[in-house]
Design a protein around this ligand. Structure first.
Ligand SMILES: [Zn+2]
Length: 722
């Protein structure tokens, strides 16, 4: 079996150097990841993953003897680091066969085929019963739960190898803000003003993951053997840990509530005080951080990643103000996807923010869990409406339709909110009506003004509406295309509409429809600017509050699926209401389960599947030596690629037709953006269509590429090659 193995590091190896090979089994996990980073600076590192495909890693199930044997033979490592294990203590209690198969039998398999190679095995503080604490290496283990029992059996197995090193560690934590580990969970909860219950009668020595990786490296380099305790230097109770976090991070103490271990009602028993004594390790000259030092390091690192900056957490529903919000989608921490990076700024870190959607069980509005400071997102905006032909046609048809239907004349004022570069208003202007744009993005407003579309550089609210009323008079039509979903304060937005709109005027909004979002798996339209994900049901609720009434709704396929909603003042009886179109959509939403949280939970499983399938496919193609590029450095492409962890290693470049984006890098994963002409001289084997909603248009534009054998990957609604 020939497999293309990818070497992770170091970069420069001359023929004379005999750099040792290290195989990390479980390299995609919490600890494995860090070991990969630390060891690849000094060794040739190979790594395996089990269920989540990661670039450069090899799939391996340690229960598969044939594969384990084949892989070790093929790589022929000098050193094996074994981190793969089932570490969920309660799961091990429930599924004892699984724990036994992986944590014990799996280790036996590795030991069998590792032959005389050096093997480093990670074990746990919970091999002790926790009755005394401050455990030394020679203290007698006495495990309380099934997880610990299987880990101890793992230790016994590893000890049969002469050249073994066993590291017992305890309660790992890291600077990864979204890590599920206990300490990271505490930091996150307190950051979000959530109350936490922490046990006063459980104590441990929490360990900074960087310290454990460095300790491993030092012990390996000095070729140490036997058992070492490698944990943090401070023993403290869970309650004391929380209090220390509050102290270092300056959080609110009153969020912390004391409880007892038994109150937590967990499946498996926990040792009361499993703190480890690390004096043997310290004698080797290896120092581990105290808990306070660890917290300070993490705080510094989180600060750099933007964890503390510039956003507020949603505490109640944007529309109905209810508090029954349930999280159903979690895309991790994602950079602002419209903030493209210049080559000069390549070395700076992009701030990243959680990207999660909550469902309001009272009014059915889906909404982001946080609101990023708008000034970070809108002052220089790169999405230009006039670039897409499909969009221009859409605007032309819209202008023609409303001008005819509502009999708009030369004297009528049309106001476009978030008018972008003036593409929509240009179509109206061609019909001879008066137009005015409002947009906070300076660069776009300037383009519009230069093209003869008068545009104010403002956010839309009551104040802006009042100013326009004074200077230009009432508006016959206010249009808000693809902005409504971006607005945090919808109350102020609608107050503004009420101020400026004529009694007989029409207010139109166009917005992505959640029905398509869920049904067609369009999760890549989740980004920090996009605060609300609308259905008709919550929209009616909202408009009622401002005595505004929907009189018609139309569905479109543009942007993957949108609705245009036609709205009038309630008191206006000159326009007939199309009750059927509204009722039809309301019933459809209900029939499809969109007023029920369970539908959304299923949707989020589909999202995970796309991620898995896409990465799997790209890695397979890459391993076959194929070259992959992408089309469309759009917000959605940047969400999808950052969520899936797609970077320059998988995709060589991204084509985009917006001249302002060309020569820049995508936010987060920093893939270079180039014009379409680049395709001629650098023909990839596959073109991944990030702008899959314009697939037809893009394939038309790249006919030459297609005719010369190029293929396309469409990621959504499911991954396919055409
Ligand atoms: Zn609500």
């Amino acid at each position: 079996m020939i497999r293309r193995l990818v070497l992770i590091g170091p970069q420069r190896i001359s023929k004379e150097d005999k750099i040792k090979k290290v195989l990390i089994i479980g390299a995609s996990g919490f600890l494995g990841n860090k070991l990969r980073e630390v060891f690849s600076k000094e060794f040739q590192v190979y790594g395996t993953y089990y269920s989540n495909p990661i670039k450069d890693l090899i799939q391996l199930d340690i229960r598969d003897e044939v594969k384990v044997n084949g892989l070790i033979e093929e790589i022929n490592p000098d050193i094996i680091l074994l981190t793969a294990a089932i570490t969920n203590v309660d799961l091990c209690e429930k599924d004892r066969d699984l724990a036994e198969a992986v944590n014990h039998k799996g280790v036996e398999t590795i030991v069998k085929y590792s032959k005389n190679r050096k093997l480093i095995y990670y074990s746990t503080d919970s091999v002790f019963d926790g009755e005394k604490g401050d455990y030394k290496e020679e203290d007698i283990p006495s495990p309380l739960n099934h997880y610990s029992k299987t880990k101890l059996l793992g230790e016994e197995t590893v000890k049969t190898i002469k050249n073994h090193l066993i590291l017992r560690t305890c309660m790992l934590y890291s600077d990864q803000a979204e890590s599920p580990k206990f300490i990271n969970w505490l930091i996150r909860s307190l950051r979000e003003d959530k109350k936490v219950n922490v046990a006063v009668d459980l104590a441990a020595t929490p360990t900074l993951i960087d310290d454990l990786a460095q300790a491993t490296l030092a012990l390996v380099k000095s070729d140490k053997e036997g058992i070492y305790h490698a944990s943090g230097a401070t023993a403290l109770s869970c309650y004391e840990m929380a209090m220390k976090i509050v102290d270092v991070f300056k959080y609110d103490k009153s969020l912390i509530f004391q409880c007892k271990n038994e109150d937590l009602k967990r499946e498996a028993r926990r040792p009361k005080n499993s703190s480890l004594n690390i004096s043997k390790l310290e004698k080797e000259g290896i120092l581990m951080s105290s808990f306070e030092q660890g917290m300070r390091k993490i705080k510094e690192s989180l600060k750099k990643s933007g964890f503390f900056d510039n956003y507020k957490t949603l505490t109640k529903c944007r529309i109905c103000k209810g508090k029954n919000l349930i999280k159903y989608l979690d895309l991790g921490r994602i950079p602002l996807v419209n903030n493209y990076v210049s080559l000069q700024n390549n070395a700076k870190d992009d701030p990243r923010f959680p990207l999660e959607i909550l469902y309001c069980s009272d009014c059915s509005l889906s909404q982001l869990s946080i609101i990023v400071d708008p000034s970070m997102m809108y002052t220089n905006y790169f999405y230009r409406s006039s670039i897409s032909k499909t969009f221009k046609e859409h605007c032309y048809e819209f202008a023609q339709e409303v001008i005819r239907s509502f009999n708009l004349k030369n004297k009528d004022l049309i106001v476009d909110v978030a008018s972008n570069d003036g593409a929509t208003l240009q179509e109206f202007k061609n019909f001879g009506v008066k137009v005015l744009g409002v947009d906070p993005a300076k660069n776009l407003a300037e383009i519009a003004n230069n093209n003869g579309i008068p545009t104010l550089i403002e956010f839309w609210n009551e104040e802006t509406a009042g100013k326009i009323l004074e200077k230009y008079g009432e508006a016959s039509l206010i249009n808000a295309m693809n902005i409504f979903a971006h607005v945090d304060n919808l109350d102020s937005f609608l107050e503004g509409v009420n101020i400026l709109l004529k009694g007989t005027g029409v207010f139109t909004i166009e917005l992505p429809y959640l029905l398509n979002f869920v049904n067609k798996n369009e999760f890549d339209t989740t980004y920090h600017e996009h605060l609300s994900y609308f259905l008709v049901k919550p929209l009616i609720y909202l408009l009622n509050k401002y005595k505004l009434e929907i009189f018609d709704i139309k569905k479109f396929t543009i942007h993957g699926g949108s609705i245009r909603v036609y709205i009038k003042k309630e008191a206006n009886n000159t326009i007939k209401v199309n009750h059927d179109s509204i009722k039809w959509l309301l019933e459809l939403e209900n029939d499809l389960g969109l007023h029920d949280i369970n539908t959304y939970l299923t949707f989020s499983d589909h999202v995970e599947k796309v991620k898995h399938d896409l990465i799997d496919l790209l890695m397979k193609l890459k391993n076959q030596g194929k070259v992959i590029a992408a089309y469309g450095a759009s917000a959605k492409g940047n969400v999808l690629s950052n969520f899936c962890g797609i970077d320059k290693g998988l995709i060589d470049f991204i084509i985009d037709d917006t001249p302002e984006k060309q020569g820049l890098l995508t936010p987060g994963n920093r893939i270079p953006i180039v014009p379409a002409s680049y395709l001629k001289e650098n023909k990839p084997d596959y073109l991944l269509l990030f702008a899959w909603n314009f697939a037809e248009e893009l394939m038309g534009k790249t006919r030459e590429y297609k005719n010369s054998g190029g293929r396309y990957i469409i990621p959504i609604p499911y991954v396919k090659i055409i």
